[in-house]
Design a protein around this ligand. Structure first.
Ligand SMILES: [Zn+2]
Length: 131
């Protein structure tokens, strides 16, 4: 992902992408929107109940996004039962975003409504990439 998009995520989500870890994004620009949308949700949860969520790495693997995080519950403000449910919600949000990436071109971000493509890229990007 190009530097200006990385920088935008670092500035918008300083808690998820702290300077000392600065998760690298080893994939194309097309997944910027779904990552940003995921981080909006994670930030609301994090700020509401005091769970620390830090991205360790984002990359493309087996044609989909992988979003690896560290979850710190030591400062959580809810009870154990709710905490477990919140952690499930966090993991489900991440998993859902990873599944979504299957239908979003990694290069240009266009959405495919058909069956998943045999590559990370939409037809247009794949053809242009071959030229
Ligand atoms: Zn594309």
């Amino acid at each position: 992902m190009k530097d200006e998009l990385k920088k935008e995520l670092y500035i918008k989500f300083p808690n998820i992408f702290p300077k000392e870890t600065h998760a690298f994004f080893s994939h194309g620009d097309g997944w910027f929107d779904i990552i940003s949308s995921l981080c909006d949700s994670l930030t609301v949860i994090s700020e509401s109940i005091g769970i620390g969520i830090t991205a360790l790495q984002t990359k493309a693997k087996f044609k989909t996004l992988r979003f690896y995080v560290d979850i710190d519950t030591t400062k959580a403000t809810c009870d154990e039962i709710k905490l477990k449910t919140w952690c499930d919600i966090i993991n489900n949000l991440i998993r859902w975003t990873e599944i979504r990436s299957f239908y979003v071109c990694e290069m240009c971000g266009s959405i495919s409504y058909g069956p998943p493509q045999p590559s990370h890229y939409c037809k247009n990007c794949e053809e242009n990439g071959k030229e």
